[in-house]
Ligand binder design. Structure first.
Ligand code: SAM
Length: 282
């Protein structure tokens, strides 16, 4: 029996349910339940919250979330092989774990949940980034979630929290930091996973702000940032030329030197430029 709950150790679960990791599903499992409980704690106070967990696999993190007091966990897992192992966890925590066998990119979890909602996941990195971008760009703000606690490749985590002037600074940093607080709360070596991936990983915790940090129209801001970073070595007066015939004047109005490059510019200035662009006659 494990220390955090009365359920069997994850190695036994994996052996009994024949859950050997499959590469094509990006499966690198966390088997240390003290570590999964620590990740659950990094998500904040879970008591009184519904939690969406994406990619529970054999359920290590799921058990951490439930042991840390989550009111209700909705777990979405693509691999049908994991269902019997996850059913043992829902039997152990009656009424608190609901498992859906499906693709998280195609399922709308909202129908099953009551706010406040937190999202926690250790996902394959490509799926994780795609979901992060969706969660950061909902139709309405504030979003349906209060926080996101997500495992990424360390290099991607660094892009999410990057500040101006660094190589990692770009669209992902601006998108994440415009309407959330984003922090790296844990870094993990390859050996924390079975099988061990080649790279280090990190957990990023994002908390949704009630309001964007600076006002801007999301579509215009996105256009400015995309154009600026698509040609990140160019001066902004060149990389943004296609956005408006008087782009140099708009840059000056937003307090941005037209000869600066995107990676030197702070979020506040990008928002000012998006506002100037939205207000400029064509
Ligand atoms: N959460 C478990 C842990 O920490 O040990 C498993 C992590 S493993 C890196 C990623 C999990 O996501 C696998 O169980 C995999 O089957 C699942 N997965 C992959 N793509 C998915 C998708 N599109 N939707 C839902 N689950 C997915």
């Amino acid at each position: 029996m494990s220390a955090i709950d009365g359920l069997p150790p994850l190695r036994d679960v994996i052996a009994r349910h024949d859950l050997q990791a499959k590469k094509q599903l990006g499966q690198n499992f966390l088997l240390d339940l003290n570590l999964t409980a620590k990740i659950a704690r990094a998500a904040g106070d879970l008591t009184g919250c519904d939690v969406i967990e994406v990619g529970p696999g054999p359920g290590g993190l799921t058990r951490g979330l439930l042991a840390e007091g989550a009111r209700h966990v909705l777990a979405i897992e693509k691999d049908a092989r994991a269902m019997s192992a996850l059913a043992e966890i829902s039997d152990f925590y009656p009424g608190r774990l609901h498992v859906i066998n499906g693709d998280a990119l195609e399922i709308d979890p909202l129908a099953y949940l009551t706010p406040p909602i937190r999202i926690v996941a250790n996902l394959p990195y490509n799926v994780g980034t795609e979901l992060l971008i969706r969660w950061l760009t909902p139709k309405e703000w504030p979003p349906f979630w209060q926080s996101l606690t997500l495992m990424f490749q360390k290099e991607v985590a660094e892009r999410i929290v990057a500040k101006p002037g660094s190589k990692a600074y770009g669209r992902l940093a601006l998108l994440a930091q415009w309407r959330s607080d984003a922090k790296i709360v844990m870094t993990l070596p390859p050996e924390a996973f079975v099988p061990a991936p080649k790279i280090h990983s990190a957990v990023v915790h994002l908390t949704a702000l009630a309001e964007p940090r600076y006002p801007a129209n999301p579509a215009v801001l996105n256009r400015v940032v995309a154009a600026g970073f698509n040609q990140r070595r160019k001066m902004l007066r060149a990389s943004l030329k296609g956005l408006h015939p008087a782009i140099e004047d708009l840059l000056v109005a937003a307090n941005i030197p037209p000869t600066a490059r995107a990676e030197e510019i702070e979020l506040e200035r990008f928002c000012a430029l998006a506002r100037a662009l939205a207000a400029a006659p064509r």
